[in-house]
Design a protein around this ligand. Structure first.
Ligand code: FMN
Length: 331
């Protein structure tokens, strides 16, 4: 069904702020939200915010770019759902490599159902760190994801039960490597479970030790409480997606973040639960192990667990975001 919308010349400040606010529901490493927005000559500018980097986790800065790619795609989805077509110019300022995109807005003639469904998925998507039931029916979802990624920079591989022991070994390797890294552990503790209200990971987003034991490929977060949520799922039955790119260039990494966002939103819209994973990518040895599992030469960038989990409508289950006035200037 297509709903006609009234044509306007330019986007209003309030509507633009609303679209940016929705886009900022995008995932980011440790909910660091490493982006800044500004408005110049009627265009919205997206800039990477290097003051918000988890340096001991994201040593290369790749995850800032993945996160910024995710927010850029969320922005386009949020705009489309509100009836605006976007035109994106990448690296609009050759002297400023952190200025990632300039985005123009034109009123769309209509909003289709898929635009609306993806926009709605932004409000429901969340990173779920508990065990999942198997992602059934799988074939239709895999076909959809392959179509969505067609023509993007991201190659898709799916790790199923057969590849799971090797992936669990890669996960252990990365955690063993980090075992003696006090700076990494301290940084993780700072972001995960601290009392800030609008960034980082609240304790409710983290598994207890009983819950964590059921997921053999997860990052080792600090554990809180004695909860036993989803006790009926004996262990994680997810399939794991790997997105890889030809190289680690800034441009491909941002675009891979955009692809990650689209994968997460399509999965959410289709009723699947997701959890983004990068700890295995952050450590050389475990990244090589993931690469070997995919059988590709290209660079693995990010993994996503996909499965079935009960949908929750409790808004307190959503991880909070910074107020929009902190990241948006010039409106
Ligand atoms: C680049 C990137 C890396 C991430 N790495 C992990 C990870 O290794 N483990 C994990 O549980 N979540 C990971 N996440 C998910 C974030 O922690 C999550 O998006 C953030 O806390 C906001 O919560 P939300 O996704 O529920 O809105 C990652 C997200 C991004 C974009």
């Amino acid at each position: 069904m297509r709903t006609p919308v009234t044509p306007h010349e330019t986007i209003g400040a309030d509507e633009l702020a609303g679209i940016v606010e929705l886009a900022c529901r995008a995932p980011s490493l440790h909910n660091s939200q490493p982006w800044k927005w500004s408005v110049e000559n009627g265009n919205l500018l997206l800039t990477a915010d290097h003051s918000r980097v988890a340096h001991h986790t994201d040593v290369t800065g790749q995850e800032v770019l993945l996160s910024c790619g995710a927010v850029l795609d969320h922005l386009q989805v949020a705009a489309a759902a509100a009836g605006w077509r976007t035109s994106v110019t990448r690296y609009p300022d050759t002297h400023d490599r952190d200025r990632l995109a300039s985005i123009g807005f034109q009123k769309a003639e209509s909003v289709d159902e898929h635009d609306r469904a993806l926009g709605d998925a932004i409000t429901r998507r969340r990173t779920d760190r508990l065990a999942f039931a198997a992602p059934e029916p799988w074939d239709a979802l895999e076909k959809l994801l392959r179509e969505v990624l067609e023509g993007t920079v991201a190659d898709l591989d799916v790790i199923d039960e057969n590849g799971r022991p090797a992936l669990a070994a890669a996960s252990r390797r990365s955690e063993d490597h980090r075992g003696g890294d006090a700076s990494y552990r301290y940084e993780l503790l700072w972001w995960a479970g601290h009392s800030h209200v609008d960034d980082g990971l609240p304790q409710t987003a983290l598994p207890s030790s009983t819950e964590a034991r059921r997921v053999d490929v997860a990052r080792d977060f600090p554990v809180y409480g004695t909860g036993d949520r989803r006790a009926n799922i004996d262990r994680d039955h997810s399939k794991v997606l790997v997105l890889s790119t030809y190289d680690d260039s800034r441009e491909n990494t941002v675009r891979c973040g955009e692809a990650l966002s689209r994968v997460l939103l399509e999965c959410t819209a289709a009723g699947f639960a997701t959890c983004t994973l990068t700890h295995m990518i952050e450590v050389h040895d475990s990244r090589e192990m993931v690469r070997r599992i995919t059988g590709r030469h290209s660079e693995p960038q990010v993994l996503v667990r996909v499965g079935r989990a009960p949908e929750t409508s409790d808004p307190t289950d959503l991880t909070p975001r910074r107020p929009i006035r902190e990241s948006l200037q010039g409106l």
